[in-house]
Write a protein that binds this ligand. Structure first.
Ligand code: PEP
Ligand code: MN
Length: 338
């Protein structure tokens, strides 16, 4: 349920509504937009049949929310949300943010070499997994805290924000200490305890779409994070499982365009996992920017044949350089910048 306030609603009236709804057992969330202030209510809405909020001073209208996700929806907030990571990196504005780096942090030297190249080409966020969700327990599992240290050091050295994946709530403090953005991977999109814990932090988070998740399920997972108090959420389309076997996943370009309409949260495209094939990454990255994404995440490795994970979909730095030039042109064609 969303309460739209009159444009001249006073602070006193807003306070009154907030107190009253809390007393009714609902959880109010205020969103102050440029034109209007709205209050999103979470909880048993049936109570409002007994106490109609329309009669409260300052209320213009009460809209029942049809979508099961509320705080995430455009109905709750009309304007794009801007997720600010630092003074330069803002997701959701006119600039398309480029996240790049290796799938896994493998060594400080290797990470530094990759960071130097991607930063020079225009990436502003450095990625690298330290806790890796591998299908086989015999595959490289990540360097753990050592990897996080390298990521943080190299990020600082090149003045880049950093992002890394969390797999377990027990690592939350550690990851918050070292990284600027927490990534929730496809396999954990519906790990509700993890979503709730991250929702209680103030750390920006990028929620990847589960490989078999519908758009509604994905947005409901984001709702877990927002409803626990953390509004700094990025949504990342990374491809879904379909009957098609020619590519690792089927990148859902529809999702980029649709989620931009359904939600105010920034949307990121991950064409590396979305295709799983190096020679397709660039084309899908370009298509994603044309479709309206707010950021792209690209895996880059200076020696993909030796990469400990996802070498087959990683671009070499020269390919990344060339792609950045193309991405700038596409961005400018849709009135965005990189
Ligand atoms: C990754 O970003 O390296 C990763 C494991 O992604 P996903 O969760 O999308 O598979
Ligand atoms: Mn990967």
């Amino acid at each position: 349920m969303i309460i739209v306030l009159k444009s001249n609603a006073t602070e006193e009236q807003i306070k009154h509504i907030v107190e009253k709804t809390k007393k009714l057992g609902l959880k109010p969330n205020i969103s102050r937009g440029v034109e209007r202030t709205v209050i999103g209510l979470i909880g048993p809405e049936d109570i409002l049949r007994v106490t109609p909020l329309e009669i409260f001073p300052g209320v213009e209208k009460v809209i029942p929310v049809l979508a099961p996700y509320r705080l995430v929806s455009r109905e709750f907030k009309k304007e794009n949300s801007i997720v600010k990571i630092n003074k330069d990196v803002h997701f959701g504005g006119n600039r398309v943010v480029v996240i790049a780096g290796p799938c896994s942090v493998e060594s400080d030297k290797g990470l530094r070499a990759i960071a130097r190249r991607v930063k020079k080409a225009g990436a502003t966020v450095l990625r690298g997994g330290a806790f890796k969700p591998r299908t086989s327990p015999y595959d490289f599992q990540g360097l753990g805290e050592e990897g996080l240290k390298y990521l943080s050091e190299v990020g600082k050295e090149f003045d880049m924000a950093t992002i890394t994946e969390i797999m377990d709530t027990r690592d939350l403090d550690l990851i918050c200490k070292y990284a600027d953005i927490i990534q929730i991977g496809a396999r954990n999109m519906q790990n509700f305890s993890l979503l709730k814990e991250i929702g209680k932090t103030k750390k920006p988070v990028m929620l990847k779409r589960g490989m078999s998740a519908t758009i509604k399920e994905w947005l409901m997972s984001a709702e877990y994070i927002l409803s626990n108090g953390n509004f700094d959420v990025l949504l990342c389309e990374r491809g879904i499982r379909t009957f098609e076997t020619a590519t690792r996943n089927t990148f859902d370009i529809n999702a980029i365009a649709l989620v931009k309409q359904l939600s105010h949260l920034p949307v990121i495209a991950d064409p590396s996992h979305g295709t799983g094939v190096r020679k397709l990454v660039g084309d899908v990255a370009k298509a994603s920017i044309a479709a309206g994404c707010d950021g792209v995440m690209i895996e880059v490795h200076d020696s993909p044949e030796e990469a400990l994970s996802d070498g087959e979909q990683s671009l070499v730095p020269k390919q990344f350089d060339d792609l950045m030039e193309d991405l700038k042109k596409i961005a400018s064609a849709v009135s965005r910048e990189i």
